[in-house]
Ligand binder design. Sequence first.
Ligand SMILES: [Cu+2]
Length: 415
Amino acid sequence: MTILTTQTAVVLSLACLLAANVPAEVSAAPAVAGSDSSKLHAYSVCKKPLIRKEWRNLKKSEQKSYLNAVLCLAKKPTIAKRSAPGAISRYDDFVGVHAKQTPEIHFVGYFLHWHRYFVHAYEKALREECGYKGAQPYWDYTYDVTKGGNMTSWPLFDKTYGFGGNGPYVPYVSFIPGRTGGGCVQDGPFTYPQFSLSLGPAPLPIRFDVPPPTETISTSATPILTTTTTTSTSPVPTTPTLPKMTDFFPPTNLTISNPHCLKRDFAPQYLSDQVNISNYRLVLSQKDFASFAFLLEGGPFVDPSIGTLHGGGHFGVGGSLGGMSDPFLSPSDPVFYMHHTNLDRVWWKWQKAGKKGERYRDVAGPIVPFDYQNTVKGNVTLDYVTHLEELGKGAKVRDLMDTKGGFLCYDYEEL
Ligand SMILES: [Cu+2]
């Protein structure tokens, strides 16, 4: 046990404050490097974590101030012109940085870490640039899906104390069953032109119809990461062709400014098939990070009969034509942050359930997207560095493991 002198404590608190504004490399991380992470909180400089709450647990005044802060961000000028020259607002910056990095940050071992850092940067911008006093909230869709009812009747989509509802129905053939919208959001705070997006939309048709590489789909009910490789009779070893995000979805030209509305395309049946309580429990029951993250994120290698929380949230709200369903531009919909904060909560919950803090240092999964068998490169380690372009400097995976590790300082309140 380390006993801190008052002076050391002051220095550490200052370090915590500074850590919120400086790159993670200079945060308190070295203090835990190579140490037992079960003692991580003993070394932590996070004394007053922000408490992230479920949307319906916020007071009406808190809901209003959160929504107003998002609108404020959409009115502030961009700072991410290098990554996304077409960005106009600070809100666009987040859409642009996500879009730019989409080919590298999904279906990799640091998918959850990157999105944890990204949501943290967004929460920080809302607080520091738009005067928001609270923490980033989350949306527990499993709760709504279990209760049932029309999606537009759920608190998150309330037109006064929520994010507004669906777009009007637009006919379109897609693999998302039972989609009900597709047009511009009609009510609530995020209607056009009050809320205007500059980047995108992606060219249609979005290629949802591209079949995944069938030989690598696991058909087991339990996700298995050691999928068998196809045997080749050729004496020359060949590098397997891994899928790329752009095989499935067209990237957007980020140099063009094109002010447009936010679209939603609710797919209620799809949502409840994907994020129901049994899939939620299956994710949380995984024993190691590789299986947990693999199943939570979903994708073409996961048995399609198993729902995914990540895909469910995106396509359940975005259908085929909504902002949430474009893997590049999905932060176009402010609901993106409610969804990814919920995924972060699920990870937080899973980490907390580990013995002796072992899950605060458990990381795995490929560096190269879809390279689950490490045929191209190895797995992500605690020293792997990721960044957010203009929105956040390099941070080690190690610094993003614990929500109260010092660089990050927040906790969750559950329903
Ligand atoms: Cu993403």
